[in-house]
Design a protein around this ligand. Sequence first.
Ligand SMILES: [Zn+2]
Length: 364
Amino acid sequence: MSSEAFRCVNCGAPLDVSPDTIAVVCNYCGYLNWVRADLKEEVLVVKPLDERELLKRLQEFASRKRLADVLKEENIVSKTFVAVPYYFVDVAAEADYSGKVSVQVRKCRREKDRETCWTESRSVFVKGVYGPYENRIPVIARRGTEAVSVKALVSKYMGGKAEALPIESVGLSKSFWRGVLSIEVDKKVAMDIALNIHLNKLREVVTSEIKREAERTARRWGETVVGSTIIWKRITPKNIRATTSKPVLLPMYIASYRYGNELYRAILCGWDGDVIVLEKPVKACERALWTALAALSAGILGGVGIATVKAYIGFLLIILGFAASWYCMRKALAPVKAKIFGTSALGSVERGFEKTLSLTRWWT
Ligand SMILES: [Zn+2]
């Protein structure tokens, strides 16, 4: 299938279509073209802020974080909208369950002034119905897109109140349409993915419920519970219901900036301008620290390894030393440190978990 074969229904411009593409937005006129006409449906979009507003938010963020000279406007070399298509699938299910649990209980006996204690096990049978267990599961309508930034974006959307509107009713700029990712997963597949996730989760939840219930029963018998193991269990989901939203385009805004000789990205949530991911240069002192650690770990583990009498342990330690120093060296050489800013869904402004990201353009 060559892309020559597909042209925009509205303006005739060539469309970038892969074998998986279901729907694609024309880069030139913004018209939504359905490659698979049988799957035609409405697409919703969360309206982004305009570019000027987004850049203003980025500057405000920069001055709050004392990065004003790093993120200043003349350092920004490219600005792009990317709109990620998502389905939101509401899933509900119940489960019949039964199981046999071995509950460990503590027994003590007092003889004169000495107390002796031991553990015994009690066999407890449990049975019941769990649920309804409900969830809203986001499913990305693309294959192989597992970026942290996208996850942060979707959890922000799910925790917030941004409204998704029909695509035709929102006036959007050309620069926005250029970044709309084509839809590659249809409704049915999205629902299957969501169901799979949901039922696995349900099984997990019911499994711990079986244990909890058995322990509760043993406590009701007056026992002191110290632990439990499931001997066997049967979990049968029933009354499974799933409904999905229309595909929703979630906009994000990516500003690439140059600092020194490297390129970094700031990724903003498109509809409210919050920074969700910021890549920034690793400070020279941090690099120095990792380099030092690399040398140390190789030296210590390697040294111990050579001194060890048992050959295979020594060999193992040397390998470990190599691995540790390789890890530290990689840290030292990584030019980029990415900071992911928490979303309202997680309930805080900044949850400092950091991750080194590669600079590959995952969204193309
Ligand atoms: Zn067009």
